[in-house]
Write a protein that binds this ligand. Sequence first.
Ligand SMILES: [Zn+2]
Ligand SMILES: [Zn+2]
Length: 241
Amino acid sequence: MQKKLDEGVYFIEGQDDMIPDSNVYVLADASGEDLTLVDAGLVGKGAYKLESIKRLGFEIGHIRRIIMTHTHLDHLGCAPEILEQVPNAELWVHAEEAEPLEQGDDRIVFGMPALRDMCFSQLEIHPETLLLKVNRKLQDDETLNLGGETWRVVHIPGHSPGCIALYNASKKILIPGDVVYSDHAIGRFDLHGANSAAHRASLYRLAELKVDMLLPGHERVMETVPAGYIEETVKQWEQYM
Ligand SMILES: [Zn+2]
Ligand SMILES: [Zn+2]
């Protein structure tokens, strides 16, 4: 399923299997010739994501970049499949996860050794498939011009060390990856590189932003976010963090 959420902002719903597949958001300029994908998805979902982009009326050759909210397998896994079809597209990742990724350290990608073993035996992946070159290493508080709109990079570690959110202050749209979801859910904080205190602090940082639309890494989007939603969510969880 794919749909338009706002001018230049589109949603491609994750297609979960035994392992979840992340949602993808497409940020497009008015001409449709400068497309940004926020996250890619699970290994094997590249064709589905590219087909959905065509169904939205875009040409896949117009994908200029993929920005990762973080490099867990369910977000990064099909980036190589997309980059194979669109070789000029760039990959942008926060510096804290770009470095291990480029060095072939996949502990963050898989989160835990058992998942790595299962993926190598059941999915068609090899360690070198995920050895990707990062074209731009993102930093906290950078301003990105994507599709004619200004999006701010907010570094929100905790779920993983290099988690970022993209925030559009004029549209009040937040893309928080796996840090906070709809229905008062938050990302897990028990995988390699996770840190519950940092996760809590990151949630409080997001709670300071004015958010009308929340576009999380999994499950449904929240097209109308009640005031105080993120703060209320972190308060429900912090006793366990
Ligand atoms: Zn994740
Ligand atoms: Zn995820």
